[in-house]
Design a protein around this ligand. Structure first.
Ligand SMILES: Cc1cc2nc3c(=O)[nH]c(=O)nc-3n(C[C@H](O)[C@H](O)[C@H](O)COP(=O)(O)O)c2cc1C
Length: 189
């Protein structure tokens, strides 16, 4: 891979948040990473997304939501499972929640386009973090569908939480996955 862009694009891989440790990005690096989002394609220039940073002081509140969400869907969850749900919120030095915003007075841009724009913004964030030497991982999970999470982050009715982004130093890594071959996703018409 000769080109910087290829090294960046193909070098990044998903790192589990439990394998992302300190140090996280400095304030300046964090700004660089977050500013990468605003270069995403954005039809109509609506900025149909935002990112909430969950600082360390707020991690326990998020952990409580994960805990309660697990109880909501499984009253028989074991204490260990409940503890694990809580601890998920503590992982990684930088934790962002990626939110899509479907609000649109013009009705010109479809929801799908807005979601694609968020996806591009997320990828820009991941690549920027990778370029600065950090690992990153996306995580979703059932809690994202819960009113508890919406209420914790004061989401509007037009917004949906899509995934968490964890960024930090890679403490341990697994071999990256095999990527799909061209024939799996390309055809000529
Ligand atoms: C919206 C979104 C949510 C994701 N949520 C999870 C998750 O909850 N757990 C997980 O292990 N990976 C999650 N991933 C990461 C994918 O598993 C990962 O990108 C995929 O395995 C491809 O690996 P790569 O990113 O290293 O190419 C998510 C990816 C996306 C796009």
């Amino acid at each position: 891979m000769d080109h910087f862009a290829e090294q960046l694009i193909h070098g990044r891989s998903h790192i589990s948040p439990k394998r992302l440790g300190e140090p996280g990005p400095s304030a300046a690096q964090k700004e660089t990473i977050l500013l990468a989002a605003n270069a995403a394609p954005d039809h109509g220039r609506m900025v149909p997304w935002r990112f909430i940073e969950i600082q360390q002081e707020s991690r326990n509140a998020l952990g409580e939501v994960f805990y309660q969400c697990l109880l909501d869907r499984d009253l028989n969850a074991t204490p260990i499972q409940l503890q694990e749900a809580r601890e998920k919120a503590l992982r990684g030095p930088l934790l962002l929640l990626a939110i899509v915003n479907y609000a649109d007075d013009t009705n010109e841009i479809s929801k799908e386009e807005k979601l694609v724009s968020l996806g591009c913004a997320v990828q820009n964030v991941l690549l920027s973090a990778y370029a600065l030497g950090f690992g990153s991982g996306l995580s979703s999970g059932k809690a994202l569908q819960s009113p508890r999470l919406r209420s914790l982050f004061h989401l509007t009715d037009h917004e949906d939480p899509i995934c968490f982004i964890t960024i930090g130093m890679v403490t341990k890594n697994k071999p990256g996955r095999k990527r799909p071959g061209l024939s799996e996703y390309h055809s000529i018409f």
